[in-house]
Write a protein that binds this ligand. Structure first.
Ligand SMILES: CC(C)(COP(=O)(O)OP(=O)(O)OC[C@H]1O[C@@H](n2cnc3c(N)ncnc32)[C@H](O)[C@@H]1OP(=O)(O)O)[C@@H](O)C(=O)NCCC(=O)NCCS
Length: 207
């Protein structure tokens, strides 16, 4: 029987150096003090349409941040790094790296990102996605970065493609999110070898 990589290798979030900078944004671990800023976008219907869960109350955001902090601790069974995205010293989004248990001895990490609509359409999600991919491959020893995205979420699919991921599959009616009908779920991925061989392995958005 295979062993879960998370049992064998702690992801080592503690060794990471913050903030991570992209050309225009900075990424750092979320804290309880980020609650109000996160709530401004996580409470919106237009932001959560294609997320796994619907609009959040301030208390939901508190719970989410507490869960993020717990899952970032060494040895957690379901490791996850919850970050906020800052632009000009203001929190304008959040993003995450989640380690996926698997039976093949391979370290698979999922990435995700959410931005306030006020700053959408400027390439920021692409900068962030590239930074997360780079973090996974250069700091976290990940073998494959994956992301899932609902079929109608064309903007996010474009972000993933610009970050070097390619579509590898689709789960019909794969979503289990709350507050919306089930949607087909696309799976995107890039391996460490593919990323290293790409023309811009570090991404073009480094500071
Ligand atoms: C999806 C989201 C992350 C995009 O953020 P963003 O900063 O606007 O993304 P970028 O500007 O880096 O790139 C968006 C790309 O999608 C394209 N795009 C946007 N809307 C589109 C649409 N309706 N049809 C086709 N392309 C579209 C843009 O033109 C751009 O591509 P380009 O650079 O080739 O022109 C942001 O809108 C968001 O947070 N949405 C809510 C949460 C969410 O869906 N998160 C992702 C879950 S998988």
């Amino acid at each position: 029987m295979g062993r879960r990589p998370t049992d064998q290798h702690a992801p080592g979030f503690a060794g990471l150096v913050w903030p991570v900078r992209t050309r225009r944004t900075t990424l750092r671990p979320v804290t309880p003090a980020d609650r109000d800023a996160v709530h401004t976008f996580r409470s919106r219907e237009d932001v959560t349409t294609y997320l796994g869960r619907g609009p959040m109350t301030p208390e939901d955001v508190d719970e989410r941040i507490a869960e993020n902090l717990a899952r970032a601790q060494p040895g957690h069974e379901h490791p996850l790094l919850g970050l906020v995205i800052e632009l000009d010293d203001a929190v304008v989004g959040d993003c995450m790296v989640r380690f996926e248990p698997d039976d093949n001895g391979m370290r698979i990490a999922f990435i995700g990102y959410t931005l306030h609509p006020d700053v959408a359409g400027r390439g920021l999600a692409t900068e962030v996605a590239r930074a997360l991919v780079r973090l996974c491959f250069t700091e976290l020893g990940v073998a494959m970065v994956q992301a899932d995205v609902f079929v109608p979420n064309i903007a996010s699919q474009r972000v993933l493609e610009k970050a070097g991921l390619r579509r590898i599959g689709m789960t019909p009616a794969g979503s289990e999110g709350e507050g919306h009908p089930r949607m087909d779920d696309l799976l995107y991925a890039v391996t460490a070898a593919e990323w290293a061989a790409s023309p811009h392995p570090g991404g073009r958005d480094e500071p």
